[in-house]
Design a protein around this ligand. Sequence first.
Ligand SMILES: Cc1cc2nc3c(=O)[nH]c(=O)nc-3n(C[C@H](O)[C@H](O)[C@H](O)COP(=O)(O)OP(=O)(O)OC[C@H]3O[C@@H](n4cnc5c(N)ncnc54)[C@H](O)[C@@H]3O)c2cc1C
Length: 327
Amino acid sequence: MRRFKHFDAFTVEEATSLLGKFEGRARVIAGGTDIIGELKDDVRPEPYEALINIKTIPGLEEISEENGMLKIGALVKLEDIAHNETIKDKYTALALAAGRVGSPHIREMGTLGGNICQNVRCWYYRAPHNRFNCIRKGGDECFSSDGDNRYHSIFGDVKDCLAVNPSDTLPALVVLGAKIKTSKRIIEIGDFFPAKDDPTHMNILEPDEVVTEIQIPEPDPRMQTYWKKFAIRKSIDFPIVNCAVMVLKEGDVIEDARVCLNAVYYKPYVPERVADYLVGEELDEETAIIAAEAAVWGAKPLSKNEYKIQIAKGLVKQTLLACNGNR
Ligand SMILES: Cc1cc2nc3c(=O)[nH]c(=O)nc-3n(C[C@H](O)[C@H](O)[C@H](O)COP(=O)(O)OP(=O)(O)OC[C@H]3O[C@@H](n4cnc5c(N)ncnc54)[C@H](O)[C@@H]3O)c2cc1C
């Protein structure tokens, strides 16, 4: 592991000022469960020169409901989200997602801010000692396009980076209509991700910008959300695919719906056609099957990951039906 400087920030302003001084060569550390692995494996061609610890900033680890808004501080631990009664009851998809990240140890360390900002798990990107200088690191090749791409994107273009966003909580936040509050602004969750021709970043945060809070509007009491994940192991495993769903029904008829998949594209993937199809329908097995087919329309699997399409379809169907109580 190469040497790096470590600073404890005691205010958000101190954190952003320190980040600014390093002009993109420093990163925030929250729980450290993602970034320390990156540093230990020395995956970057130019390693981060400094880590700015934000756990020393008071007030970022609170959950509150204010003015029709759930506010979750960026430092709230995933385990606390998974067990919070209000979140379990009203923001169910998020509680379920937080409760399936990694293992109890990871969830006790890992924060929501870190979960939504975490880096890709692509084994070419993460190979120790920068063995593959891929597009994501500023190189000119995605080694997965002709390589072992079994866990990679099913919606990407082979000329782009094919690593997927691995976050379990992001799709839940997408269907719940979350906003990301930072040291500079408030960002709609759908706008949090860079364009696909900018593979070197996971989000649109500027080098001196810190996530401070995740805000979720109070859901309509008729709204149901659910979240499911397919992984090879039951715990300590990233999603092969995960799926979050929001359904709002008037009587038996769907009035509004959102579906989001993750680990299938470089950012959470919202198949628009699904919502269009679902609105006005009754939510039953047949509707769920058609929606699941629509969700993967346009998928472009790579040589070794066609199986992910079937998994994505299964998850969309099951997660939709879970909103009907079939859990
Ligand atoms: C064995 C193992 C299993 C895992 N399994 C899963 C899994 O199943 N699902 C899953 O989603 N993740 C998984 N993870 C990834 C990771 O542990 C979680 O995503 C965790 O929530 C990251 O949070 P953290 O606070 O530890 O982030 P950190 O490691 O501290 O930070 C991660 C990244 O986010 C940035 N960051 C952190 N906080 C902020 C902030 N407030 N503002 C701006 N940038 C910020 C950091 O600079 C860094 O780039 C796993 C990790 C390991 C090691």
